[in-house]
Ligand binder design. Sequence first.
Ligand SMILES: Nc1ncnc2c1ncn2[C@@H]1O[C@H](COP(=O)(O)OP(=O)(O)O)[C@@H](O)[C@H]1O
Ligand SMILES: [Mg+2]
Length: 218
Amino acid sequence: MLLVARNVEKSFPSADGPVAVLRGIGLDLCAHETLALTGESGSGKSTLLHLIGGLDAPDAGSILVDGHDIANMGDKARAKMRRETVGVIFQQFNLIPSLNVSDNISFQARLAGRHDPAWDDTLITRMGLGAHVHKFPEQLSGGQQQRVAIARTLAARPALVLADEPTGNLDEQTADAVLDIMLQLVAETGAGLLMVTHSQRLAKRMGRRVHLRAGHVV
Ligand SMILES: Nc1ncnc2c1ncn2[C@@H]1O[C@H](COP(=O)(O)OP(=O)(O)O)[C@@H](O)[C@H]1O
Ligand SMILES: [Mg+2]
C-alpha cells in the first residue's frame, strides 16, 4: 500500500476556539491507483492534502507513505520524503519565476537526485511545451504554466502524486486536455494519484472517488 492514513485529525484556531476540520480520516491508496477527493469548499480537502504531503502535521493519527509515517517523523526525514517520494501539484502552479520552463521542470528532479534529461524531453514534448522551454513563467498562459507545474512534479518520478484542483484555473476544454495527459503520464510512471477536485465530471475520470464531509471521508 502506497498511502495508508488512519484517524487523522486536524483543528485550526479561531476567535471562537479551535475548529475541527478533519475528525478522524481514513484513506488508502495503492500504486497505479487514481483517487478523486471531492467535497464542498472549506471541507478540508487542501488541509488533508497538505498533511499527506508533509507540508503540515496533523494533531493526531498516522499517515504512512510508502511505509513511512510522514505525520510522525522529524523535519529532516520529512524533507527527504517531500523531495524523493511525494510530488504536489498546486492550483496556483507555484513555479519559480526566475527560472525558465526547462529549469523549472528539472528543478525537483535535481533535488531528488533523479534528473533524467531524456525523461524531461519526453514530458516537454507530451505536454506540448517544446516551443516554450526558454520562456519564463510570466510569459506563459495559465494552461501552459499548469502543464509546466505537472511536468516538474512528474520529472522527479514521485511514487505518490498529490494534485490540489490542478485544473481549477483552466477552462473546461483545457482542463480536460491537461487531465488527459496527466493521467496518461501518471499511469506510465506507475505512481498513485490523489486529486482534489470540485468537478464531478473530472472526478468520474478517476479510478475511485471519496467525498469529504463534516471532517470524515465518506
Ligand atoms: N492555516 C490555517 N489556519 C486557520 N484555518 C485554516 C487554515 N487552513 C485551513 N483553514 C480552515 O480549514 C477549513 C478547511 O480549509 P481547506 O482545507 O482549505 O478547505 P478546502 O480545500 O476543502 O476548500 C476552512 O474553514 C479554512 O478556513
Ligand atoms: Mg482547497
